[in-house]
Write a protein that binds this ligand. Sequence first.
Ligand code: NOJ
Ligand code: CA
Length: 713
Amino acid sequence: MKKTLLFTLLCLVFIQVAIAQTLESPNGELVMQFSLQEDGTPVYSLTYKDQAVIKPSKLGFDLRDEKDLLSGFSISETEESTFDQTWEPVWGEEKEIRNHYNELEVNLLQEETDRNLIIRFRLFNDGLGFRYEFPQQGSLGHFVIKEERSQFAMAGDHTAFWIPGDYDTQEYDYTESKLSEIRETMETAITANLSQTSFSNTGVQTSLMMKTEDGLYINLHEAALIDYATMHLNLDDEKMIFESWLTPDVNGDKGYLVAPTVSPWRTIIVSDDARDILASKMTYNLNEPIAIEDPSWIKPMKYIGVWWEMITGKSSWNYTDEFKAVKLGETDFEAAEPNGKHAANTEHVKEYIDFAAEHGFDGVLVEGWNIGWEDWFGHSKDYVFDFVTPYPDFDVAEIQNYAESKGVKMIMHHETSSSVRNYERHLDTAYQFMNKYGYPAVKSGYVGDILPRGENHYSQWLVNHYQYALEKAADYKIMVNAHEAVRPTGIARTYPNLIGNESARGTEYQSFGGSKPNHVTVLPFTRLLGGPMDYTPGIFEMDLSKLNPENDSKVNSTLANQLGLYVTMYSPLQMAADLPENYMRFPDAFQFIKDVAVDWDKSVYLEAEPGDYVTVARKEKGSTNWFVGNVNGNDARTARINFDFLDKGKTYIATIYSDAPSAHYRMNPQAYEIKKYRVDSRSKLSQLSAPGGGFAISIKEADKTDAKDLKKL
Ligand code: NOJ
Ligand code: CA
């Protein structure tokens, strides 16, 4: 009798271990398996066209002050479903996005503690997303995460394009190395930043791009990061297993959660064609639909700014050099001696407004307009800015009237200096001030260490702050472009007023000593998957000593590469970052920046290889115009593209802005050529791009007579 019972029990255990739940992607190419190990540990794995992408990997949590959620689970219920819907983004690379997946919901019970945990898997044709859900229950309410223990076991020593794991910055150049080489390369990969906290010599950030020896492209990231700490990855480089590593708060805790709640999605995008990674919309699809009822006030913008002159050191943000420290409300700026370099003055801003109006730009950004820049960083100063008081030489009302009379919008700047509590204190009045003076968009910034002291840029508290500032901005119908904030995770689907983020190494670093010439061939595979980047392209003068004799930085890019960026680096907010006088030296090349669209009906990725090149064609929203952009890595390369994305039977005029044969990002960056051709859907192009180079093409429909004198491509 006893023996029979034991046998039955053993059979039950065996059945539970052996039964794996299998989920297939809609096209059947991806297969996910979920099972429980003998001790009740949840495990998943993923294959793509029968090749291992993720080997069996454990899931769960270490909690503070209570039993972990790692093992001892049984499956109480599973449910499978299918979803297939198409939605229209307010702005984007595509007019329509299909959200098509098969879902598996696994309900787990940890019998010993009577706690319930759901793991939800969504398998798309382009990858897998999974998240943890903590339902309302009697045995789990408030809890503190010590560590999330989601594993991503790699099937080999892949090549990775990575930046160091860091709680405070993403502003790093990418390192390309084998996974096994991360440890030895870490020290050189960590370059200086005004706020940085690395945590492990095998710790890297997401979005992480990898390539396998068999030619699979794998990207690890997260989607819908809401009320939760940012995920990094730490590699066990003997077993090649990545494990989640959340950003801690000041106490070292990694998340304060209250059931019912959910984690962000953990994402694995995979394909054997690199172009599919760039085209993937999975990160957006895993976010909630739009939460703004009438988004008609959200409009893509092309802008210039009183900015690059400060970044290069030609001008200053601060008004006076007289004081070592200033106090808002006490320092008398009216009586202070101006330093003669303050760029945000009414007269100079009006010149930018004139330039914007003349060349068709939507907006002008002005930095350094408000008091407080004299001692704005490095002092852990709490009440650093009030976001409403201009310097004596910046007349807000006059500038606004002038801009309005010229049909130009002003873009507000809120540098918080990472004094986040101070920003929240002033947020309502700051947004009201913007409404009063008609500013539709704000560029915010979080330079330096966070205040409250000890917090990190990517901890749960800060993630909640960025979300709060975004949602409040929506209440005031304000669009947000946040620099140094957490990297995006597709939240712009829900809040499309998040029209930009920096959250990576942008063009400013070209003025701080330079970035790697192939940096821009990696960003579309990593940072851009979660949302657009305010990369601030369009630099025409690469020798920055010409702007400021004390700045010996060189921009590691050709001029044609700078044009290509307007298409390869998708953003509904695009800056022409250089000084107006530099554009006036190259008016024929500047024409491309004036013409290029910022919102699209369709995007076709023509060629792509992380670290080497990206070539994309996009169709302007509501128009028949197309634009093509190419950015190239360290070595010269000939792109071979055909124009079969064009409508059949139609004739177009293509204007090609390319590197001249002698161009080189270091030796000859300004050598470019402009050629015009007649093209149609059968045309083909072989186009050379220099090291650090690229090209841009504008394609406009033409009647046959307009195009008849042009050579056919
Ligand atoms: C860093 C930002 O990335 C840059 O664009 C800005 O000008 C400075 N902070 C000052 O706010
Ligand atoms: Ca920055």
